[in-house]
Design a protein around this ligand. Structure first.
Ligand code: URA
Length: 223
């Protein structure tokens, strides 16, 4: 979708150069563009509101805020825990070793990263990759909730216990929550293991594969 919009932009600026200042759009095309751009605009507004965030202590040690990336009209949103070293430097989610595994896992079920929106519960890296503190999660959570409410995906997939517990508010081990579909504000939510955990515990990859197959099945049913 990003490429289509990019191409459309180039085409429109080319038309403008040719002196053509308006194009006819079918009502459904206009509606789609308006919907797309309003979702993107709303996400942009949250990003602006987040600004150079200093709501918790993490700003002192972070390099870049990792807001999230992907199409605003994504059918799947992945929610991780917090940026790691590489993510903090690049300002993008899941670009380190865990991200590589995540990309491979998605590819295995026929999904590319470009069609998925990826974000984290906490938008700044906790020092030395420690778990985010409750107070940090509480400060950042409203931004995640707003991202999810704007995108309104068909499925949310939470990666690891922090993301799962933050959204489901159930203090039950991830190993008991995974493997089935939950609901978050009416949206289907599938918890699975965090890819960083899978790198340390490759024996659990089989279970994560089951979760991804479930994700694919739920997604296909909702289209
Ligand atoms: N781990 C996460 O939870 N999120 C990232 O973006 C990267 C690693």
């Amino acid at each position: 979708m990003k490429e289509v919009l990019e191409e459309l932009k180039i085409y429109l600026s080319w038309l403008k150069e040719m002196g053509i200042n308006s194009v006819y759009l079918l009502p459904e095309q206009r509606k789609m563009l308006e919907k797309l751009s309003s979702k993107q605009q709303l996400l942009q507004e949250i990003k602006i509101e987040l600004g150079d965030c200093k709501r918790c202590e993490l700003w002192k040690t972070r390099h870049k805020i990792v807001f999230g990336e992907g199409p605003a009209e994504a059918k799947v949103v992945l929610v991780g825990e917090a940026p790691g070293h590489e993510e903090d430097l690049q300002g993008k989610p899941f670009v380190g070793a865990a991200g590589e595994l995540l990309t491979k896992m998605l590819k295995a079920i026929g999904l590319s990263r470009e069609e998925i929106y990826i974000t984290n519960v906490v938008k700044c890296r906790p020092p030395h990759n420690r778990n985010p503190k409750l107070q940090e999660i509480e400060q950042c959570k409203p931004f995640l909730i707003r991202q999810l409410n704007i995108i309104k995906p068909s499925v949310i997939c939470t990666l690891g216990s922090i993301a799962t517990h933050t959204l489901l508010q159930k203090d039950i081990p991830i190993s008991h929550l995974r493997g089935r579909v939950h609901l978050w504000q009416g949206i289907k939510l599938i918890p699975t293991f965090h890819p960083a955990y899978l790198l340390r515990n490759p024996g659990s990859k089989k279970l994560a594969w089951e979760d991804l197959k479930l994700l694919k099945k739920v997604l296909e049913k909702s289209i």
